[in-house]
Design a protein around this ligand. Structure first.
Ligand code: PLP
Ligand code: COI
Length: 360
C-alpha cells in the first residue's frame, strides 16, 4: 500500500489578520484553533487514503461510532516554534510519530507511517504559519490524533479510522508564569498498571485520571502525582507531565516501567542535562525518599516536564500522611537553567547540536 500525498483544499474564509492577532496576544492553552486541519482515512483492505488539508470544521459523528463507546483513540502533542529570523520549525516530530505508532499497536489500531505523520504536521504548519506566535515562549501546539470511525456496537478493533491534525496557538499551560505547582500524591487511585495502557497516549488514561485530579483540586493542589499501582509507593509521573528530582548536580527521573508515558521532553532533558554537566539518570524514587530527602535538604529541586507544560517547578507536596514544601517554594536554579536551555534550543536562540529541530 502506498503512502498518500496530501491534497490541499484551503479555507476560503480564514480568520482575518486582526482576529488572529487578537488571539495571539493572549492564546492561553488549547482554546483557539487555526484555520485548517489535515485528515487522513484508513480502511481495512485499503490502507491510508484521502489525505487532505481542509478548513477546520466540526465533524459529524454517528451515535454508534465505536470510539464513543469503547474509546479506541490515541493522540500526540508537539510544538512549532518561530525563530528570531522568522523561520518556523517543529521539535522532534519523528519521536512523536514513533510514539504514535507505539500507541496504535497497544490500542490495536493501524500504524500511521512516520513520513505521513510528519507530512501532515508540515502541511498544517505551512498553511497556518501566520498562527505560529512570534513572541517569547509562545508556540503553535499541534495535536495529531486518531480514532475509530466504524459504526457498530460489537467490541473488536474497528475496520475504519480517521487521523486528524489540528493546531492551537499556545501560551503558558499553567497561568501565572513559572511558579511552582502544588501536587497531591494519589494513594487511592492508580493511573496504570504494567501490561495496561499507561505507556500509550490514549484518551482512556486521561479519563481515568480526572477523578484524582478533582481530588487534588479539592485538597488545594494543582496537579496529581501518580504512584505505582502495586505498592502505591514508587513515583511514576503527573497527569500530563513526567517528573525530575534534583539532588545537587545529580538529576533523576523515574525509569520507564511500562506504566508511564515515555515523554519526549523527559528524554531530551536526559541529553541536555548531561551536556550541561549534570549526572542525569533514570531511577526509582519512593514517596518516603521524596519526603525524607526534601526534609534533609539532599533533594534540592523537583520539576515536571512535558510538551504543553515545558518545565514547571514543583513546590508543595501533599498526601494523606502530611505535607511539605520543596526548597523555598521558588523555582530552583537547575530547573530554570534546564528550562532556559530547552527553550533556547526550541526557539532557535541557541544551536541545535542534536538535529532535533525539523525545518519547514
Ligand atoms: N506524561 C503524560 C501522562 C503526558 O500526557 C505527557 C504529555 O505529553 C507527558 C508525560 C510528557 O510527554 P512529552 O514530553 O512527550 O510531551
Ligand atoms: C502534552 O504535553 O502534549 C500533553 O499531551 C499534555 C496534556 C495537554 C494532555
Amino acid at each position: 500500500m502506498t503512502t498518500p500525498t496530501i491534497e490541499l483544499k484551503p479555507s476560503s474564509h480564514p480568520l482575518s489578520e486582526e482576529e488572529r492577532e487578537a488571539i495571539l496576544r493572549n492564546p492561553g492553552f488549547g482554546r483557539h484553533f487555526t484555520d485548517h486541519m489535515v485528515t487522513v482515512k484508513w480502511t481495512e483492505g485499503r490502507g491510508w487514503h484521502d489525505a487532505e488539508l481542509v478548513p477546520y470544521a466540526p465533524l459529524s459523528i454517528d451515535p454508534a461510532n465505536m470510539t464513543l463507546h469503547y474509546a479506541q483513540t490515541i493522540f500526540e502533542g508537539l510544538k512549532a516554534y518561530r525563530r528570531p529570523d522568522g523561520t518556523v520549525a517543529t521539535f522532534r516530530p519523528l519521536a512523536n510519530a514513533e510514539r504514535f505508532q507505539t500507541s496504535a499497536r497497544r490500542l490495536a489500531m493501524p500504524e500511521l507511517p512516520t513520513d505521513l505523520f510528519i507530512a501532515a504536521c508540515d502541511a498544517l504548519v505551512t498553511h497556518d504559519k501566520e498562527w505560529v506566535p512570534a513572541h517569547g515562549e509562545q508556540s503553535l501546539y499541534l495535536r495529531p490524533f486518531m480514532f475509530a470511525t466504524e459504526v457498530g456496537l460489537g467490541v473488536r478493533p474497528a475496520s475504519e479510522y480517521l487521523f486528524i491534525v489540528i493546531a492551537s496557538p499556545a501560551g503558558a499551560y499553567f497561568p501565572g508564569g513559572v511558579k511552582p505547582v502544588s501536587v497531591w500524591l494519589s494513594e487511592d487511585y492508580v493511573r496504570a498498571v504494567k501490561g495496561g495502557t499507561g505507556a500509550a497516549k490514549t484518551g482512556g488514561n486521561y479519563a481515568a485520571s480526572l477523578v484524582a485530579q478533582k481530588e487534588a483540586a479539592a485538597e488545594g493542589c494543582d496537579q496529581v502525582v501518580w504512584l505505582d499501582a502495586v505498592e502505591h509507593r514508587w513515583v511514576e509521573e503527573m497527569g500530563g507531565m513526567n517528573l525530575y528530582f534534583v539532588y545537587g548536580d545529580r538529576i533523576v527521573t523515574p525509569e520507564l516501567t511500562g506504566s508511564l508515558l515515555p515523554g519526549i521532553t523527559r528524554d531530551s532533558l536526559l541529553t541536555i542535562a548531561r551536556d550541561l554537566g549534570y549526572h542525569a539518570e533514570e531511577g526509582r524514587i519512593s514517596t518516603e525518599d521524596w519526603a525524607r530527602d526534601a526534609a534533609s535538604g539532599a533533594l534540592t529541586e523537583v520539576f515536571a516536564c512535558g510538551t504543553a507544560a515545558v518545565i514547571t517547578p514543583v513546590g508543595t507536596v501533599k498526601s494523606r500522611r502530611g505535607e511539605w514544601t520543596q526548597g523555598a517554594g521558588e523555582p530552583g536554579e537547575v530547573t530554570m537553567r534546564l528550562r532556559g536551555a530547552l527553550l533556547a534550543l526550541q526557539s532557535g536562540a541557541a544551536p541545535d547540536p542534536y538535529g532535533w529541530m525539523h525545518d519547514l
